[in-house]
Design a protein around this ligand. Structure first.
Ligand SMILES: NC(=O)C1=CN([C@@H]2O[C@H](COP(=O)(O)OP(=O)(O)OC[C@H]3O[C@@H](n4cnc5c(N)ncnc54)[C@H](OP(=O)(O)O)[C@@H]3O)[C@@H](O)[C@H]2O)C=CC1
Ligand SMILES: CC(=O)C(=O)O
Ligand SMILES: [Mg+2]
Length: 768
């Protein structure tokens, strides 16, 4: 493979890729999606509500007021991806049945990237009239229509007629989705090359749906028609040509004797390929202008492979439609989010203003720093806005946060939104919750952290990428004032490498362990704590130079910082020893413990003690239950605790069962208001039905959200199993019982996880 190939995970060679793709589509179940019920159908009553007779009520309500379909059915979030299979990728007219994998693929992307539900609909309707008849008849089912892979010129007429007939957005993705992302990439590419859109020469290969829509949008953005040279199977589109012409191509007909691509390419600033594989011969590139923008966008094989183009024109900026090269210019960057915005405001159409808002949002996002998820997905060095990073990665979660609100706003401003968004801050919150599953649960913590006057959080692993990224978020969102422990040169280099804006000394304080004026004071403080525990002065000096958790803990103890975050690297037990020695326990607390929060589709569940005490006593179990309950209240959640065991309400008499029973008695005595019960089986903790069968007068109602375990093995193993089996997000471990706020994270934490825990530490630090 050539140099610029294969960023973002190894992509196998073509034959091998085909084989893997067939396997991927076939196993473990054929296809890429299924339909899931979102309401319970567990008993006769549910059935009576969901189906006959109850279903008549929403039917009649909708009959009286059709707008209510958005309230009582999935329509407002349901899009049809419709194709007749006449121009499937660059594979040509392979028919509707063979197009189904592509349409299922689009459906998955809609769902994964924007939470939009899709039915893929492949129709055996090659002609315009049939297509219009079938698709327009679908209006009652859908909130929007995404036309896909329908060949030109028929697609133009189909879309025009459908837009006239239908009162929901009709969007031909290959035209407008492609045009939006191409326009964003061209705006950014020209800015980097220092060229003006009104002056550049654009040579296009392809005069179909995608190419013509892109050119039309570029003209709206200022490109001059006379500077645009369009080619198709017949060669140049010129005035007077009669073969394979149509009125849409004719708009770009040049009055010229040129006939083929080789005649027109000289001096071109932009090559726009939306045609077929291998059309752009490498030798033609020498004729292009300096710093040319080569957009070889045919799928799956581009007009020229990037390595061939790069070999001839090292100064070129190169884009393809593929996921295995940098600069993926593909409509996936647009269609999920433009529909998200349109559906959320009940848009009746997707108009020019909404498209332009999407162009600006995408182009602008590429100029921001790349976030962690996108950086990981791309692989290798974190990209920074430049020739190899003209547009955001499809894995950039901020695409939805930027595009959807911009589109909804433009819809409202142009009067096409049936349900205009009234509170954009709340809408952004909702989108954030979709992106970061922790968002909803963490919301009260973030809100409290923001009013806490930017407490100082010291990070022991200040050189770590996740910490650096988290520090930028904490500053931008005004949650905390980060203090990073680390070597200045390393931090400077990494900030640059990851394209982060924050600067030491200006935006955040930096503690250099090799050279800090407080060193002697810190050594004295440390020695006063450990001097009689076998640590000699010489060793204390070394520790305070080299152990950043010790430095951070002393800073918190001395009031130089308000909270400590450590554990991003290294073993939990080692960090715990330092935190215990220096920060210690709050007065009256028997033992530190750890609380872990798992956020899954079903909501939040807390587990304790997942990390600290091997086998806690009954007193310690009672204490950790009560401490965990008060930590849970900080999230605005009412704790419901189950003390879990192998014994179910006295069914066994082992020491461990007895320990949990007596812990339960202590909890009742010490925290009579806490809803708790035990000892009980794990399934009884979750299912009220099972619990009530054995213990009808249980003091616990509903599903327990705090599971208290008899020992660390049970707690930690359950946490790992549930987290993996339910694909949950872990927040924590939250250290309970320390004298001052300090949290020891785990090495698998993400930068978002670091932000979450720092926000929690800020809230703890500001608690009275
Ligand atoms: N990266 C992305 O996001 C997207 C990429 N595409 C890709 O763009 C290509 C075109 O798609 P679309 O516009 O929907 O399809 P259409 O069928 O509507 O248009 C295809 C166009 O390409 C021209 N063409 C085909 N073969 C050649 C060739 N050998 N030399 C010159 N021109 C040729 C056709 O010429 P003629 O008019 O004479 O038939 C036609 O103008 C496909 O490869 C598709 O995968 C499309 C959408 C998005
Ligand atoms: C990406 C896309 O829609 C296409 O190639 O047709
Ligand atoms: Mg397509």
């Amino acid at each position: 493979m050539a140099d610029d190939k294969g960023k973002g995970g190894a992509v196998p060679a073509s034959g091998e890729l085909d084989e893997q793709a067939l396997f991927f589509h076939r196993y473990p179940r054929p296809g890429k999606l299924e339909i899931q019920a979102i309401k319970p159908l567990g008993n006769q009553r549910d059935l009576a509500l969901a189906y006959s007779p109850g279903v008549a009520a929403p039917c009649l309500a909708i009959k009286d007021n059709p707008e209510l379909a958005a309230a009582y059915t999935s329509r407002a979030n349901l899009v049809a991806v419709v194709s007749n299979g006449t121009a499937v990728l660059g594979l040509g007219n392979i028919g509707p049945l063979a197009s189904k994998p592509v349409m299922e693929g689009k459906a998955v992307l809609f769902k994964k990237f924007a939470g939009v539900d899709v039915f893929d609909i492949e129709i055996d309707a090659p002609g315009i009239d049939d297509m219009v008849k079938v698709i327009s008849a679908l209006e009652p089912t859908f909130g929007g229509i995404n036309l896909e892979d329908i060949k030109a010129p028929e697609c133009f007429e189909v879309e025009r007629q459908l837009r006239d007939k239908m009162n929901i957005p009709v969007f031909h993705d290959d035209q407008h989705g492609t045009a939006i992302i191409v326009a964003a990439a061209i705006l950014n590419g020209l800015a980097l090359a220092g060229k003006k859109i009104g002056e550049v020469k654009i040579v296009a290969s392809g005069a179909g749906a995608a190419a013509l829509a892109c050119l039309n949008l570029l003209v709206v953005l200022g490109a001059k028609r006379e500077n645009i040279w369009v080619h198709d199977l017949e060669g140049l589109v010129y005035k007077g040509r009669e073969v394979l012409m149509d009125p849409w191509k004719d708009v770009y007909a040049q009055d010229s004797a040129n006939r083929v691509l080789a005649d027109s390419i000289g001096g071109a600033d932009v090559f726009l390929g939306l045609s077929a594989a291998g059309v752009l011969k490498p030798e033609l590139l020498v004729q292009m202008a300096e710093k040319p923008l080569i957009m070889a966008l045919a799928n799956p094989k581009p007009e020229i492979m990037p390595e061939e183009a790069r070999a001839i024109r090292p100064d070129a900026m190169i884009c393809t439609g593929r996921s295995d090269y940098p600069n993926q210019v593909n409509n996936v960057l647009c269609f999920p989010y433009i529909f998200r915005g349109a559906l959320d405001c009940g848009a009746r159409t997707i108009n020019e203003a909404m498209k332009m808002a999407a162009v600006k949002a995408i182009a602008g996002l590429a100029r921001e720093e790349v976030n962690e998820v996108a950086a990981k997905a791309i692989g290798g060095e974190t990209p920074i806005f430049g020739p190899d990073y003209l547009i955001p990665s499809p894995f950039d979660q901020r695409l939805i946060l930027r595009i959807a609100p911009a589109v909804a706003k433009a819809a409202a401003e142009t009067g096409v939104a049936a349900r205009p968004i009234e509170d954009f801050e709340a809408y952004l919150d909702q989108l954030n919750r979709f992106v970061f599953r922790s968002g909803f649960i963490m919301k009260p913590i973030f809100a409290a952290a923001k009013v806490a006057q930017k407490k100082r959080v010291i990070f022991a692993e200040g050189e770590d990428e996740r910490v650096l990224r988290a520090a930028q978020v904490l500053l931008e969102e005004e949650i905390a004032r980060p203090i990073l422990i680390g070597r200045p040169s390393i931090i400077e280099t990494r900030l640059q490498r990851y394209g982060l804006r924050i600067r030491p000394g200006v935006d955040f304080e930096l503690v250099n362990p090799q050279d800090d004026p407080r060193y002697k004071d810190y050594v004295d403080e440390y020695f006063s704590l450990v001097g009689r525990k076998g640590v000699i002065p010489e060793a204390a000096r070394t520790v305070v130079r080299t152990n950043s958790t010790v430095i951070g803990a002393i800073a918190v103890r001395r009031g130089d910082a308000d909270a400590l975050i450590c554990g991003v690297e290294g073993r939990f037990a080692k960090h715990l020893r330092d935190v215990s020695q220096i920060i210690g326990k709050r007065e009256g607390v028997l033992e530190l413990s750890a609380l872990s929060l798992l956020i899954s589709q079903r909501g939040a569940t807390f587990f304790t003690d997942t990390y600290v005490k091997m086998v806690p006593t009954s007193e310690e179990i009672a204490e950790m239950t009560i401490m965990a309950a008060s930590a849970i209240r900080r999230f605005g959640i009412t704790p419901r605790a189950a003390l879990v065991s192998h014994s179910n309400f006295g069914s066994r008499d082992s020491d461990s069962a007895e320990k949990m029973r007596s812990a339960m008695c202590m909890v009742k005595e010490q925290a009579p208001d806490l809803e708790a019960d035990g000892e009980m089986h794990g399934d009884s903790a979750i299912s009220e039905l099972l619990r009530k069968r054995v213990m009808p007068d249980s003091t616990l109602t509903g599903e327990a959200n705090l599971l208290v375990f008899p020992n660390i093995d049970a707690a930690n193993i359950s946490l790992g199993l549930v987290k993996t089996m339910t694909d949950s997000l872990h927040v924590g471990p939250i250290l309970l019982g320390s004298a001052l706020p300090a949290h020891i994270l785990s090495p698998s934490v993400t930068s978002r996880g670091v932000v979450n825990m720092a926000a929690l530490a800020v809230v703890e630090a500001s608690a009275p």
